[in-house]
Write a protein that binds this ligand. Structure first.
Ligand SMILES: NC(=O)c1ccc[n+]([C@@H]2O[C@H](COP(=O)([O-])OP(=O)(O)OC[C@H]3O[C@@H](n4cnc5c(N)ncnc54)[C@H](OP(=O)(O)O)[C@@H]3O)[C@@H](O)[C@H]2O)c1
Length: 296
C-alpha cells in the first residue's frame, strides 16, 4: 500500500538512515513522515493515537516504528525515547513538529503549562538525548514560526498562569524553540558535524490552532481556515525536506520557508539563552526524568 501524498520511491542513499519525528500523527509532521517513509528511511514516531493513523499494513510495508507516549507526560516520552535509542543508536534526522494551541491555562501531569510542554519542552528533552546519537551529517530540525518574533520570555512568569493569553503563550513557545536551537547549535562543531535548523513552513492549512476550541470559537476558526491562504501539509513537508537536504555544513540557523533569514535578535542575548537552557533542564528534573546536559 502507498502512503497518502508520498510519491517518492525508495532511494539507495536513504536506506539505513534513521529519523525520529514528533507530531507525526497529523499535519506537517505526518506529511514529513510520509515523505521519509516513501524514500526508504527508518522512521521512528513518538506520539499518541498512533494506531489510528498508521495501520498494520503501513507498518508492514515501510520501515516504521511507533512509540506510544503523550507529550503532556514527560516520563512517558522518556520511556518511549529510551526504547528508540536502545534500538537505533545512530540518528540521522530528528524533526520536531509537535504543537498545540490551548484556549486556556491547563497544566500537564508534570505541572507545566500545556503549550510550553508540547511545543517546546518535549522537543528540548528529546533533542538533549538525541544530540549524542547524532551522526556527523545528522540534523535536528524544529518546525518553527515567524510568530517567534513577537514572543517575549520572562522566566519569573513563564506560564502566564494569572493572565493567560493563548497567542502570547504560543509566541513564547516558538521563541523558546529558536533560543534553544541557538544554544544547541553551540554544541555542534564543524569537525564533529551535526546541524540544527529552525524552519518556518509558511501558513499551512492543517486546522492547527482550532483543535482545542469549542462552540462558536471553533466555528469561526474553521471558517477562517477556509478563507485564509495557505499551503497543504504536503507542500510544507516538501519545503522542510528541501531545507533539510541543503549542504550539510550550512551555518544558517533559521529559515523562512526556503530562505535563510536572521531570527529574532533575542537569540544574541546570551543570558536569556543560558537561563532558558538551565530552567528547561530543571523542569525536566522536577518532572522526574533524567535529562542529558549537552553543554557539560
Ligand atoms: N499550520 C501552520 O500554519 C503552522 C505555521 C507555522 C508553524 N507551525 C508549526 O508546525 C508544527 C506542526 O503544526 P501542524 O499545523 O502540523 O499542527 P497539527 O496538525 O495539529 O499537528 C500537531 C501534532 O502534534 C501532536 N500533539 C499535540 N499534542 C500532543 C500530545 N499531548 N501528545 C502527543 N502528540 C501531541 C498532534 O497529535 P494529535 O493528532 O494526537 O493531536 C499532531 O501530531 C507546530 O509546531 C506549529 O507551531 C504550523
Amino acid at each position: 500500500m502507498s502512503l497518502q501524498s508520498s510519491s517518492i520511491r525508495p532511494q539507495e542513499d536513504h536506506i539505513n538512515k534513521t529519523a525520529i519525528i514528533t507530531g507525526a500523527t497529523a499535519g506537517i509532521g505526518r506529511a514529513c513522515a510520509n515523505r521519509l517513509l516513501g524514500q526508504g528511511w527508518q522512521v521512528c514516531i513518538l506520539g499518541r493515537n498512533l494506531s489510528k493513523v498508521y495501520t498494520a499494513e503501513i507498518i508492514e510495508d515501510y520501515n516504521l516504528s511507533l512509540y506510544d507516549c503523550d507529550y503532556t507526560d514527560l516520563k512517558s516520552v522518556a520511556r518511549a525515547l529510551n526504547e528508540v535509542l536502545a534500538e537505533y543508536t545512530e540518528i540521522d534526522l530528528c524533526i520536531h513538529s509537535s504543537g498545540i494551541i490551548m484556549g486556556q491555562y491547563v497544566e500537564t501531569i508534570d505541572k507545566i503549562e500545556t503549550q510550553f510542554q508540547v511545543n517546546y519542552l518535549v522537543q528540548f528533552y528529546i533533542s538533549q538525548q538525541v544530540r549524542g546519537h547524532l551522526t556527523p551529517s545528522g540534523k535536528i530540525c524544529f518546525v518553527g514560526s515567524e510568530e517567534h518574533r513577537k514572543g517575549s520570555l520572562h522566566l519569573g512568569n513563564i506560564f502566564l498562569k494569572e493572565k493567560y493569553e493563548p497567542r502570547t503563550m504560543y509566541q513564547r513557545t516558538k521563541l523558546c524553540q529558536v533560543l534553544y536551537a541557538k544554544k544547541l547549535d553551540t554544541t555542534l562543531d564543524y569537525e564533529q558535524g551535526g546541524v540544527v535548523l529552525v524552519v518556518h513552513p509558511g501558513t499551512v492549512n492543517t486546522g492547527f490552532g482550532g483543535k482545542n476550541l469549542s462552540g462558536l470559537k471553533k466555528w469561526f476558526w474553521e471558517l477562517y481556515g477556509t478563507l485564509r491562504e495557505g499551503t497543504t501539509a504536503g507542500e510544507a513537508a516538501d519545503t522542510l525536506m528541501k531545507v533539510i537536504s541543503y549542504d550539510p555544513y550550512n551555518t544558517q540557523l533559521y529559515y523562512k520557508e526556503l530562505r535563510p533569514v536572521t531570527a529574532t535578535e533575542q537569540i544574541e542575548n546570551t543570558k536569556l539563552v543560558d537561563d532558558l537552557y538551565a530552567t528547561s533542564l530543571d523542569m525536566c528534573r522536577y518532572a522526574g526524568v533524567d535529562c542529558v546536559d549537552v553543554c557539560k
